[in-house]
Design a binder for this molecule. Sequence first.
Ligand code: AMP
Length: 121
Amino acid sequence: MTYDSGNVFAKILKGEIPCKKVYEDTHVLAFHDINPQAPTHVLVIPKGAYVSMDDFSETASDAELAGFVRGVGKVARQLGLVEPGYRVLANHGRNANQDVPHFHLHIFGGRNLGPMLKRPE
Ligand code: AMP
């Protein structure tokens, strides 16, 4: 899948639309999700143009991969989530209902997050 540079997170990176920024460094930008699913729901995105987990894990440089993982850890510490606990999630593709085609991790926290996945109805 080719990267669509008109996606909403690309626009946030370019400063074309606003976000509630939590953290930024060379490799990552973290901001609050516009439709939070938990008391804390933050998205962490790489600054490079990667469509998804599959694309990022295959084509990002070692520096980008390391910078991203370090960034996710820093954000969780900054949000005070280490002691109470948190969940990290990435949706890739159709079965996971990935909505925005710029790779991102969700960080959830602030309450007991319950079972890992909703059971099928
Ligand atoms: P996913 O289904 O993993 O692609 O998740 C996309 C997430 O992006 C959803 O949780 C949305 O609420 C969130 N989202 C979409 N647009 C924005 C935006 N402009 N600012 C912050 N979060 C957004």
